[in-house]
Design a protein around this ligand. Sequence first.
Ligand code: MG
Length: 380
Amino acid sequence: MKKVLLLGSTGSIGVNTLDVIRNFKDKFEVFALTANSNIRLLSEQIEEFNPKFAVIKNEDKFDDLKNLVSGNCKILSGEQGLIEITKNGDYDILLSSLVGFAGLAPTIESIKRGKRIALANKETLVAAGAIVMNLAKKFNAEILPVDSEHSAIFQCLVGEDVKNVEKLIITASGGPFRTLTLNDLHQVSVEQALNHPNWNMGNKVTIDSATMMNKGLEVIEAHWLFNLPKSKIDVVVHPQSIVHSMVEFVDGNIKAQLSLPDMKLPIQYALTYPERLKSNYVNTHFPSLKELSFYEPNLEKFKCLQLAFDVMEQGGTAPCILNAANEIAVEKFLNKQIGFTQIAKLIENSLNEININPIVDFETILECDRQTREISKRFN
Ligand code: MG
């Protein structure tokens, strides 16, 4: 029986994770659940899964949550509660699906305890990849990707030597605006950007998909996870989202991982690896797929993807600046304070304005994140 600490249980990945656990109640138990502010759903989850602890990040909701929950689940709150539970809790697997930079500190606490980290929070590796991977090595913590592309690559690499990799080929759906012109992009609304063709996800990652920043963040994530340089990572647009990514080896052979899109597949794999357990989430029927197509990404139209390639080249704190500025830009776009194409502009301005520090330690990253947020809030 493995005990799971689920950070971000009321988001899309969190809900899917609980669906997986519901199927394997003899293999997994929920040790703790955490949520930002959705106390209604969190209390239902506590009722069903009976965790020992729950953390509500928004402290104002603490009393309301306590009133909703009966039984003996202990409730903590705030950032402090998240750190407390990851640092001292009795669990085997941390599934981190927090959104943004907020996922970094609790993930590090868990790495320091040598836990299995099922990582859905890509911003952690983007902002602090060197720190996270070094600590994971030092403390013998396994990092298993939950992102579908990275899970695909991870699965293709089982039994292989990374030395023999010629290229990682990361697929991208291209998002809802794949076929629009750059001119059309100036006009798109928040509602259009939130309407992803293949995946049903939270707001932040859905907007990131529409700008293709999501793919940029995933390239940086792949660089750290698989310890490969930028020159060995390609992006290809694949609108059907059936091939979740591929690995080309030095001898020209290519392995791919395919299925109908459903996040429960990579989530389950991260929880059960190296085992595979029987499930029936999807039925991938090739004749009804009819066509799988592939295109070059348009870096002029999707500037965010180009910016992500650029910051990898720059190194140091550049990816941390990109990440923080993007979080601010997405928030502003969702609040209708800036237009869609201003997202890339705001990030570019932040990268030009803020000095890139070549040294990356935890304090530098925290300060860089804080400073970038402060400065990029002023841009529009
Ligand atoms: Mg992904």
